[in-house]
Design a binder for this molecule. Structure first.
Ligand code: PLP
Length: 372
């Protein structure tokens, strides 16, 4: 006998689509029987975790029977010192993803709206849907740059949060400082601006801004940061938000007491001081971007120049087949369908060898597809 469940979920769940993560290496190995798999799908650090972070985790292991510090004081202090902020201007979270959920819980009523760029990171929409709030998606320009006028024209009485992702995931484009200032000057002060700067360390343009100056100046801005990308701690789940103290105070009210685990706290406090690892990761990424650009150009594939650690490449109508062929050759990338870009794939910049492996697999795939 089977019992039929009659427990109804909240209505809001009807508008929530499950998140599809990049395929993990072990899954591809198991499904396809491959020994060598290169994952260029989730913008992880190809150099691995900060060695200082790894050492801190190892040293902390004997303490894991204790609850973590609910206020993550040591990480908070390390971040404050690094960024020249007050500790009251920082909240440490279980990844940048948790910060987006917390901001949504703290600020969104069902009658509120958020404005998001499109295509961009899908978690902004998830947070709003969870709270039953509305989502207004504003398209990027044809060249995937931001259109500030269009974003401003989407502001209504209902607008509560406006998200800027810079460098933007999945396009790698960014919002120049001049445009950020125009935007902040034009927005009503009741609108919270979330500047997602998860990839800030990879941006090399002179007119790039990570938004922290606007926090220091007291604008209604939350800057999102993560230890998952340049610091290489994605598996530990830790990120943070920087904002004026009053805004942080509201977000703290909805935080679970022990949201950030103890190993993540130990690792992050050490990793943020690991300048050598950061610099090596930046150099590897800048070189890798150039390596990929040159290869894509030689193969005649259009791509968008990126300020981040990934490149969006146009493979045309067969893009999904390319994605699948690359998988069979042991290369995991991300298909653009997720962002309404069915002709594109997003490729994380890897080590020189990873990139070569990808380029060889891509060339072979192009041959196979052209023969059909
Ligand atoms: C990776 C990422 C984050 C944060 O990721 P966490 O692993 O949850 O810290 C936030 N925003 C964007 C755009 C990202 O790509």
């Amino acid at each position: 006998m089977s019992i039929k469940t009659q427990v109804k979920p909240r209505q809001a769940l009807q508008s929530i689509k499950p998140y599809t993560p990049g395929k993990p290496i072990w899954e591809v190995q198991r499904e396809l029987g491959l020994t060598k798999v290169v994952k260029l799908a989730s913008n992880e650090n190809p150099l691995g975790a900060s060695p200082k972070g790894i050492q801190a985790v190892q040293q902390f292991m004997a303490e894991i029977h204790r609850y973590p510090d609910a206020d993550a004081k040591d990480v908070n202090a390390a971040i404050a010192a690094k960024l020249n902020l007050q500790s009251g201007q920082i909240i440490v979270t279980n990844g940048g993803d948790e910060l987006i959920s917390l901001i949504s819980e703290a600020f969104l009523e069902p009658e509120d709206e958020i404005i998001v760029p499109s295509p961009s990171f899908t978690e902004y929409e998830f947070g709003a849907r969870l709270m039953n709030a509305g989502v207004i998606a504003v398209p990027l320009n044809q060249d995937y740059g931001y259109n500030i006028e269009l974003m401003l024209s989407a502001v209504t009485e209902r607008t509560k949060i406006l998200y800027i992702c810079t460098p933007n995931n999945p396009t790698g484009t960014y919002l120049p400082k001049r445009d950020m200032e125009k935007l902040l000057a034009a927005l009503p002060p009741r609108v919270l601006v979330v500047i997602d700067a998860a990839y800030s360390h990879f941006a090399t343009a002179d007119d790039y801004t990570d938004g922290l100056d606007y926090v220091r100046e007291g604008y209604p801005v939350v800057v999102l940061q993560t230890f998952s990308k340049i610091y290489g701690l994605a598996g530990l789940r830790i990120g943070y938000g920087a904002a004026p103290e009053a805004i942080i105070g509201h977000i703290l009210k909805v935080k679970e007491p022990f949201n950030v685990n103890a190993l993540a706290q130990a690792a992050a406090a050490a990793a943020i001081t690991d300048d050598l690892h950061v610099q090596a990761s930046q150099q590897l990424n800048s070189d890798g971007r150039e390596q990929l650009y040159a290869a894509f150009a030689a193969l005649g594939l259009p791509f968008i120049k990126s300020m981040s650690n990934f490149v969006l490449v146009e493979l045309g109508p067969e893009s999904k087949r390319y994605y699948e062929l690359l998988l069979t050759k042991g290369v995991v990338v991300r298909h653009g369908g997720l962002w309404g870009l069915p002709q594109h794939v997003r490729i994380t910049v890897g080590t020189k060898e990873d990139n070569e492996f990808l380029i060889t697999a891509l060339q072979a795939s192009m041959l196979e597809i052209s023969k059909k």
